[in-house]
Design a protein around this ligand. Structure first.
Ligand SMILES: Nc1ncnc2c1ncn2[C@@H]1O[C@H](COP(=O)(O)OP(=O)(O)OP(=O)(O)O)[C@@H](O)[C@H]1O
Ligand SMILES: [Mg+2]
Length: 531
């Protein structure tokens, strides 16, 4: 185990003190944060206006130019079809998956199916894969960091939700390498948060990281013993976040508008974008205040082109009622994770809140009620993930002695079971959920026919018995097999989930000792994208 984890460092020694800079990146659904360790301290990289959070938004403007970050976000209302946000909700998945299809209902820009079922967006500047869009966000972050650190950023540690699948991880890695950064490690967001929290604290605690962001919810339990971080269990929902609260409020406002003016705003992308932005502001205001009111002008036009407005008033109780089902879903997931880990809520020593949606008082209250203790209030929920990524990046980049001193040992786990399709449409699980990574499993296959030169296996992630009900990873093709009778071949296939949570496959015929070619075609990520 130790050897595996120190792999990178021995690799890094060969680079001989790289000249570039290394950063940690939290590529968020809504906002991204980039940080670096400078003089032993984490520094969060800011834009020209000193913002720490950089909206993960790309705007394609009529003048042919492109904006990313805060200025791009401002174009969401005026140009909804060319302002791409929440790309993380659909990255690295099949366009046809139920998750993507339901996310599309809320996105005002055009998404269509590209090669290998990859989601693509169409804008006035042309069509782009969702990976391309994330690359543009990452290039922007890299540019900000390069400017502030005074040297080109060449390497990064990038974080992903713990429950990200193979395709989502692979797509994220490709986006970062296309942005010109070598990815040292893909780190799970809650694990990164725990690293930042535990830094220099010499803890002996069991901690729960409750990460409620814009688009995803993750819950992870870790055992921290000084500088050893061991993930005990993890779970979550890639389609649950603060955005859902905005949709609930926007729907409420839309219903009110329909009642008052008999006009359905559902089909108008501009009005929808306007309602969503107003909804988010209402939500944020209600994190501090008991009620909020105002008027939204010119949402639609009535008879004779008369502009129609909506006067609204939302109080904390109404808001709580609207978002309660969303908060309850997050707590259900917490229950599942604790059950998996066979841990009772009172056995958690500390709860760390991560992500903007944990600013909502109802979320804080419910979490406190559930664990019987107030979560920590001294951690910045928006920056802690990037800080952990920066610490890990620094550790992987630094000379080995210093590295061990700054971040200890990380033992993360798989967030889904990995399986292959069997006859009859069932799944044979190869690596179970919550297995410590790196994890390897070898399995013997016998071809179905004599002289078979290729074998195809369908691979999935998830906990369902039926193959079709899980997330499809893709197809594993084994070819270049020796032309022999089926009984004379013993095909040994190994499935390795590496420290980044990425699947690597290899195959050999143990009867002849020959290596076969093993190619994994991940669905939802186009093969043409730079690997
Ligand atoms: N003060 C606040 N009150 C309520 N919600 C807030 C507040 N500030 C931010 N949010 C919400 O937090 C969410 C963004 O959080 P965050 O930046 O942590 O997400 P993210 O990292 O982009 O997403 P993810 O981690 O899911 O990829 C948005 O839904 C935003 O509206
Ligand atoms: Mg986040």
């Amino acid at each position: 185990m130790l050897d595996d984890l120190f792999d990178e460092k021995s690799g890094l020694k060969e680079w001989d003190a790289p000249e570039g800079a290394v950063v940690g990146i939290d590529l968020g659904t809504t906002n991204s944060v980039v940080a670096a360790v400078v003089d032993g301290k984490v520094r969060v990289i800011t834009d020209a206006k000193k913002h720490h959070l950089h909206p993960s938004v790309v705007a394609f403007k009529p003048n042919g130019k492109r904006d990313v970050g805060v200025t791009a976000r401002m174009r969401r209302v005026i140009d909804p079809r060319n302002t791409i946000f929440s790309a993380k909700r659909i990255i690295g998945q099949s366009f046809r998956s139920p998750g993507v299809q339901s996310a599309l209902r809320h996105l005002p820009y055009e998404v269509f199916e590209g090669a290998n079922q990859e989601p693509m967006v169409r804008t006035r500047a042309g069509q782009f894969s969702v990976v391309n869009i994330s690359t543009m966000v990452l290039e922007y972050l890299k540019q900000l960091a390069t400017k502030q650190l005074g040297k080109p950023v060449t390497h990064c540690v990038i974080t992903v939700p713990a429950n990200f699948s193979e395709g989502q991880r692979e797509a994220t890695r490709r986006a970062a390498s296309a942005a010109g950064m070598q990815v040292l490690r893909i780190l799970n967001e809650p694990t990164a948060a725990a690293l930042a929290y535990g830094q220099k604290r010499q803890l002996h605690q069991r901690i729960a990281v409750f990460d409620f962001g814009g688009g995803t919810f993750d819950m992870t339990v870790l055992a921290v013993r000084e500088d050893i971080y061991e993930v005990v269990a993890t779970g979550g929902d890639p389609f649950l976040g603060g955005d859902d609260m905005d949709h609930a409020i926007a729907q409420h406002l839309g219903r009110q508008f329909l009642e008052e003016h008999r006009v359905d705003l559902g089909e108008d992308p501009s009005a929808r974008a306007c309602l969503l932005i107003a909804a988010e502001q209402i939500k944020m205001k209600l994190s501090k205040d008991q009620s909020v009111g105002g008027t939204l002008n010119e949402l639609a036009y009535g008879e004779g082109g008369k502009p129609l407005a909506l006067k609204f008033h939302v109080d904390r109780n109404m808001f709580n009622m609207l978002v309660e089902p969303i908060v309850e879903r997050s707590l259900d997931l917490v229950r599942y994770v604790l059950e998996d880990a066979e841990i009772r809520p009172e056995h958690i020593d500390e709860v760390i809140l991560v992500g903007g949606a944990t600013r909502v008082p109802l979320v804080r209250d419910r979490v406190a009620q559930f664990f019987g203790a107030r979560p920590r209030g001294d951690i910045n929920p928006m920056e802690v993930v990037a800080a952990g990524a920066a610490l890990q990046a620094h550790a992987l980049f630094a000379p080995p002695d210093e590295a061990t001193a700054s971040v200890g040992l990380l033992m993360d786990v798989t967030s889904h079971s990995l399986g292959i399709a069997t006859a009859g449409g069932y799944v044979e699980t190869l690596i179970a959920k919550n297995t410590t990574i790196p994890a390897e499993k070898t399995r013997l296959f016998t071809p179905a026919r004599d002289f078979q030169e290729a074998v195809k296996l369908r691979v999935c992630q998830g906990e369902e018995k039926q193959f079709a009900e899980n997330t499809q990873v893709g197809e594993l093709v084994l070819d270049g097999l020796p032309r022999v009778r089926r009984g004379d071949m013993k095909l040994e296939v190994s499935f390795l989930i590496d420290a980044d949570g990425l699947l690597q496959v290899s195959a050999k015929d143990t009867a002849s000792g020959q290596t076969a070619r093993a190619t994994l075609r991940v669905v939802g990520v186009s093969e043409s994208e730079a690997a």
